[in-house]
Design a protein around this ligand. Structure first.
Ligand SMILES: [Mg+2]
Length: 176
């Protein structure tokens, strides 16, 4: 009996790794006053399909203003991307005035550790904002970083990404 309940516990804590702390459809929906009240001081931001559409190389004025607002509110920011285009990541980081990491290999912890080091914050003072459950959210949850999932429901044309989105939506629905 005891054995059964402990394996249930493991299963529950495993499933919780795939459960975002918050779900929004766009970065503009995040309640930053509420985050501050929770003690969050810094944000790790995914780039592709979180800050900017994957196919866009220029910074939208609205995104620039969003970043400026976060800085004015006192949040420390770090861009942490799995992108294999370091020049794109550097350009976006330089333009927004934020440190930027490419080749992050999320959900592995290395880029998250590096981000925390850059930000100078503890996991519990940090939030990850990203649009991929199996990379951004899983990686953040493993390290107990507050996880905010951007559920943009964008149509995916690339087949592997399409199936990943199907799996994400199934998990979000069946893992509450
Ligand atoms: Mg992304």
């Amino acid at each position: 009996m005891e054995k059964e309940s402990s394996s249930n516990e493991y299963w529950e804590s495993f499933k919780s790794l795939f459960r975002p702390n918050e779900i929004v459809t766009d970065i503009k929906e995040i309640d930053f006053a509420a985050l501050k009240a929770k003690g969050i001081k810094a944000l790790i931001l995914d780039i592709d399909d979180t800050l900017l559409p994957r196919e866009v190389n220029d910074i939208y004025p609205a995104v620039f203003e969003w970043v400026v607002s976060r800085k004015e509110e006192g949040f420390r920011l770090c861009l942490t991307s799995n992108s294999r285009h370091p020049l794109r990541v550097k350009y976006i980081g330089d333009t927004l005035g934020i440190p930027a990491i490419s080749f992050g290999f999320k959900p592995l912890p290395f880029a998250f550790w590096k981000s925390l080091e850059i930000l100078g914050t503890k996991p519990e003072e940090t939030a990850m904002v990203g649009d991929q459950l199996f990379m951004d959210i899983l990686g953040a949850n493993i390290l107990k970083i507050y996880s905010i999932f951007i559920d943009h429901k964008k149509e995916e044309k690339f087949i592997a990404r399409y199936w990943m989105r199907q799996a994400e939506q199934w998990l979000l629905k069946n893992n509450k």
